[in-house]
Design a binder for this molecule. Sequence first.
Ligand code: XMP
Length: 171
Amino acid sequence: MEVLIPAERIQTRVAELASEIARDYAGTPVTVVGILTGCLVFTADLIRHINLPLRVAFVTASSYRGMVTLPGKLEIRDELLPDITGRHILLLDDILDTGKTLTRVVAHLIDKGAASVKVGVLLRKMGRQEVPFEPDYVGFTIPDKFVVGYGLDFNDEYRHLPYVGVLPSAG
Ligand code: XMP
């Protein structure tokens, strides 16, 4: 496995992002919403550095890319989401690729009554975006390679790796 971002660099950057977030929200209570399952490790590490009144919730977003009847359709499930009416949301995802997932989930949260939605991603892939979308917080910009580790998977494996790596066969 080629290590793209070593564990120590991730930890340093996550702590930096948390300071930026705490500074920007300036004491305003925030609800962190993670998009499962890829957000898991990033969310767990980030929230432990954020010095704000904070709640944590999760949604799932599954895409059905490749299905003939539903091309590119995304299913958002929010059974794990409490009432977010009037709450300031910090939405977290592992990676911004085409931008479709985050665009849809942001719209969903606004629809649910969120007062504001900011977005943080650990990774942003270069040259892949298909819809205009600007995240508020980005950990690292990476080349267009399939990456795993630190929450990111291939066939649901490798999420537990403390670093971000490129699979030899998938890169
Ligand atoms: P979009 O294209 O909607 O999708 O921005 C973001 C989601 O696509 C998945 N994704 C990846 N997962 N390694 C992964 O393990 C990758 O390199 C990769 N690129 C995209 C991921 O689920 C993300 O939430």
